[in-house]
Design a protein around this ligand. Structure first.
Ligand code: PLP
Length: 461
């Protein structure tokens, strides 16, 4: 029964490898076209050990058995982030075109790190990046790279910012500060603290206003305290918890005047700049030195991709280009090498699913799908306000709605949340605000309906 191992068995065009590819593509096709995506839920390590262990063996268990194990046991133990009732964290809602094209990226073995190897793919990715840069009001020379996610995007941008500050000091004959400082809002995403940790720099948290927005005066005050030690200011274009957009214009006025790098963390919210109604909320982004937005959030691409843009990509290049003898042939050329713009070397052409989907449907469909989420958030916020026993914590700015069920403790919220998932009705985990438990709907999917949301609210009665 067991095949004799032979070096090319796993690669050759045999009946066996053809059947293996078919098994996988058949399942992928079915999953991509599910009429009712199951929400599913996690299992314990114990249950999974009981149901799914023993798949790694010297002779293998075969394509069919392994695929069946995935379909019947492992996949149902993963919550579907594209389910219309998935409303926690930031959901995903990849377009059909982007899901399907992701399979082509996998099948094509493209090295997306260097122009020499991946020029066609990189050209297409750059078309998307340049379109985004234009929408954000960045100058024609702006450019960047798709990196793994917002965390790596923020880290890469901040590393470039510090490198630029160091070079400026060196050229001016100034010593570097004992500790570099990055200024951000107290409401900034945890990935900024993670980047600061990795870079061994300090964070100065500027105080936002009562509505959670950071303004230029608070940034100016932080710059007053920390002076030349500050190498970057981070403004958030849509906080994850509330969708709050900082007052970027007033912050940019301060950073421009002081000559400090301005980074915009728009991982979730900057997509709303593509929509006329919310574009003005982001005024000032055009002054940014670097910007990120995650296509795997509100630009309807599959995991995982972050578009990182630099006003002046040569600064990113100077900071990130890796030097090695075996790479000299790449780094000596004047080519556009995406690896040189972020913390990475080998790179999947992870911007291609978004490119294909944008090319397929056109940008108007994207604007419409983003608008839908903003409208739905407004509508459900009004509904929450009108219901006895529920109260809105803040008016939604984008597509995140935070509210509370009067009189409930964290334990009440948790029990309710578990029941909602057990019933496969929705995935809504409690969040917290100012030390108090709250509920939060993060709306991304155009398949999330008002009726689904009100049916979830009904269970809070
Ligand atoms: C999600 C998010 C991040 C982190 O992005 P990942 O892709 O999860 O690494 C950073 N900043 C903000 C504002 C986010 O919403």
């Amino acid at each position: 029964m067991t095949e004799t191992p032979s070096p090319a068995r796993m690669h050759a065009l045999s009946d066996e490898t053809r059947a293996t590819v078919d098994v996988v593509l058949d399942y992928a096709r079915r999953r991509a076209l599910y009429e009712d995506v199951p929400l599913d839920k996690p299992l314990t390590p114990r249950d999974l050990a009981r149901l799914a262990s023993g798949s790694i063996t010297p002779a293998g268990i075969g394509a069919r058995r392994a695929a069946a194990l995935f379909e019947n046991v492992l996949a149902p133990a993963c919550v579907s982030t594209d389910h219309p009732g998935y409303l926690s964290f930031i959901p995903s809602a990849p377009t059909k075109a982007s899901i399907a094209f992701d399979l082509i990226v996998s099948a094509s073995a493209i090295y997306g790190g260097s122009w020499m190897e991946g020029s066609g793919a990189i050209f297409a990715e750059n078309e998307v990046l340049h379109w985004l840069a234009g929408e954000f009001g960045l100058p024609a020379g702006a450019g960047g790279v798709f990196v793994q996610g917002g965390t790596i995007g923020n880290l890469s941008a901040l590393v470039a910012a510090r490198d630029a500050a160091r070079r400026r000091n060196r050229e001016a004959g100034h010593p570097d500060p004992a500790r570099w400082v990055v200024v951000c809002s107290a409401e900034a995403h945890s990935s900024i603290a993670s980047a600061a940790e990795v870079m061994d720099v300090d964070i100065a948290k500027a105080i936002p206003d009562a509505a959670g927005r950071l303004h230029g005066d608070a940034v100016a005050a932080a710059l007053e305290v920390h002076g030349d030690a500050v190498f970057a200011v981070v403004a958030t274009g849509g906080t994850t918890n509330f969708g709050i957009v900082d007052d970027i214009a007033s912050i940019a006025a301060v950073t421009t005047e002081r000559g400090v790098w301005l980074h915009i963390d728009g991982a979730y919210g900057l997509a709303a700049m593509l929509v006329d109604r919310t574009r003005l909320l982001f005024a000032g982004v055009e002054h940014a030195d670097s910007v990120i937005v995650d296509p795997h959030k509100w630009l309807f691409a599959p995991f995982d991709a972050c578009a990182l843009l630099y006003r002046d990509p040569s600064i990113g290049l100077r900071a990130h280009t890796q030097k090695a003898e075996y790479l000299d042939t790449l780094t000596d050329a004047a080519d556009w090498n995406p690896s040189d713009l972020g913390v990475q070397l080998t790179r999947r052409a992870r911007g291609l699913p978004l490119w294909y989907s944008l090319a397929t449907y056109g940008t108007d469909e994207y604007r419409a799908a983003i608008t839908y989420g903003i409208d739905l958030a407004r509508r459900i916020a009004d509904e929450i306000e009108s219901r006895e026993g529920l109260s809105l914590v803040r008016d939604p700015q984008l597509s995140v709605v935070v509210f509370r069920r009067d009189g409930w403790t964290l334990a009440d919220y948790q029990a309710w949340s578990e029941r909602l998932l057990d019933d496969q009705h929705g995935f809504v985990v409690p969040s917290s605000h100012a030390g108090e438990p709250v509920l939060r709907f993060a709306i991304i999917s155009p398949l999330t309906t008002f009726e689904l949301l009100t049916s979830i609210l009904d269970t809070l009665a």
